[in-house]
Write a protein that binds this ligand. Structure first.
Ligand code: UPG
Length: 491
């Protein structure tokens, strides 16, 4: 808001005091101060189309012919971002603790990928997790129980910081007497840098001879340490490298890469940074062709140089979220939560680069649609523990569109599949509106659309092929023979 700009600038001091009292590291305080100042100066974070150019072309990793150099592995750290709770899917624990397949969670598969890679290359590639105050306990308990040797390694966990929520009008730290933990929020994955600095890890890793860090989201099991890409990163001597994918119609909303006119740096423009009048350009996937997978390669020595240049932090563009201090109480104090994104740091690095990677390196689970697909037979787990599309799908994943109101929460999906996950391997498109139950025997083939307008869940059993069904009138729960309203031609 402009009411808080320059002449009447809200002070950062109450935040500083609150953070110091909580024992938060100076690096995190400086980073938050930088985002706070950008908030109170009325900075909207908007990046006008007229100030950027599209990125014309990028190297595709499939075309890289450099011989992989496994000696680089000894200087490489793999870090998974694991601070998020998966609140978007109705979870109050780490999303990575959700089961993916055969009893394995995201974290099981990640742990197995790490062990497999170490075996393959005979190198003890260093592995780290960035947890938050909300995911740390569950995650560490999980590793201690199931992967004690990994849990015993020094420095498996790096804990991210927390920052105060701010009153939406005064920008003073918010208060919540009923539960003071509600006064804090995670500062987004851009906190990676402050956490590396504040925990002393950056210096420690550099002193132990580590030079390259590969970071990715814990819900993206496609993001394995790829020796060919690591070798490319080392060979081109870039300070930072972002793995991008080519945008399709489905990726219009996600941020895109661009070149900033003022300093020719690569930057990331997220949808929140785009003005209404530039919406068409933002959505133009033939103009702005590349988006961030959040698989990033960072040269730790170059990061250190930037941090030193700015005096202990890296200035990242602010992302503003409006919420209430108690997330479960709409009537509680209105607050803003300031976040930063890890990939946005690309603009801070001189000599940053980007590459195009195949879609297999980008398999995020953001919605129940993604989870159902991954859990189904449309995906199989490779010997090195990567989920890949079942070859029987013929190269294209089924398009799953579940009713976003009925299957927003993982619990709702689990209710719908408590008798088993349906077969999707021969499915092209599955659209479900309303509540249904499916089972192990349910097989969707071709293009299927199911509608249930009643409040009662309806059981969908057996093989359903190229059909548009309305099951609203069927008997609730129990096997039913849905009425076929229209049948699409068999493809
Ligand atoms: N995370 C943290 N700490 C936080 C917030 C998130 O560790 O404070 C983790 C989270 O657990 C997840 C990862 O960060 O593993 C990514 O978070 P998520 O909310 O799933 O993704 P977005 O922040 O919406 O998007 C990121 C990039 C975006 C990219 C997208 C690809 O910002 O540019 O296109 O990932 O999935």
């Amino acid at each position: 808001g402009n009411n808080n700009s320059s002449d009447n600038m809200a002070s950062f001091e109450p935040c500083r005091t609150k953070m110091e009292k909580e024992g938060i590291a100076p690096s995190a305080i400086s980073a938050f101060e930088s985002t706070f100042k950008s908030l109170v100066s009325g900075n909207t974070g908007i990046i006008p189309e007229s100030t950027i150019s599209p990125v014309p072309e990028l190297v595709h990793t499939d075309s890289i012919s450099t011989a992989p150099n496994s000696a680089l592995l000894a200087e490489t750290v793999v870090l998974k971002l694991n601070g998020g709770l998966g609140t978007g899917m109705g979870l109050d624990k780490a999303k990575s603790l959700l089961e993916v397949k055969n009893g394995d969670t995201f974290l099981d598969l990640t742990a197995k990928q790490v062990m497999c890679m170490r075996e393959e290359f005979g190198e003890n590639v260093k592995f780290m997790l960035m947890n938050s105050f909300s995911t740390s306990d569950d995650t560490l308990e999980f590793f201690q129980t199931k992967y004690p040797s990994l849990a015993a390694e020094e420095g498996l966990e790096m804990l991210q910081n927390k920052v105060p929520k701010l009153d939406a009008t005064t920008y003073a730290p918010a208060t919540c007497e009923s539960d003071t933990s509600n006064e804090w929020c995670p500062p987004g994955h851009g906190d990676l840098y402050a956490a590396l600095i504040g925990s002393g890890r950056l210096d420690g890793l550099l002193a132990s001879g580590y030079k390259y860090m590969f970071v990715s989201n814990s819900d993206n099991l496609g993001a394995t340490l790829d020796l060919k890409i690591l070798t490319h990163f080392a060979t081109i001597d870039a300070s930072f490298m972002m793995e991008c994918c080519e945008r399709t119609e489905n990726d219009k909303k996600g941020g895109h890469l661009a070149i900033r006119h003022s300093d020719k740096h690569l930057i990331l423009r997220e949808s929140a940074m785009c003005a209404d009048e530039d919406e068409a350009a933002f959505q133009d996937i033939t103009k702005h062709r590349f988006f961030n997978t959040n698989n990033l390669w960072i040269r730790l020595d170059k990061l250190k140089e930037i941090v030193d240049k700015f005096g202990g932090f890296i200035p990242l563009p602010m992302i503003l979220n409006s919420k209430t201090v108690d997330p479960k109480d709409d009537k509680s104090q209105k607050v803003v939560q300031l976040e930063t994104a890890m990939g946005a740091a690309i603009e801070c690095f001189d000599g940053a680069s980007a590459v195009i990677v195949p879609r297999t390196r980008f398999a995020p689970v953001k919605k129940c649609d993604d989870l159902l697909l991954l859990r189904s037979d449309a995906y199989v787990i490779t010997e090195d523990f990567r989920p890949v599309l079942n070859p029987a799908c013929g190269g294209a994943a089924p398009v799953v569109a579940l009713d976003s109101k009925k299957y927003k929460m993982v619990g709702q999906l689990e209710e719908a599949t408590k008798d088993g996950v349906p077969s999707l391997v021969n499915c092209k498109r599955l659209t479900i509106k309303g509540v249904v139950r499916m089972g192990r025997s349910t097989r969707f083939v071709g293009d299927v659309s199911i509608t249930n307008k009643s409040d009662e869940a309806k059981f969908i059993s057996g093989k359903i092929e190229n059909a548009t069904l309305d099951v609203s009138e069927e008997v609730g729960l129990g096997a039913l023979k849905p009425t076929v309203v229209a049948t699409a031609p068999i493809a």
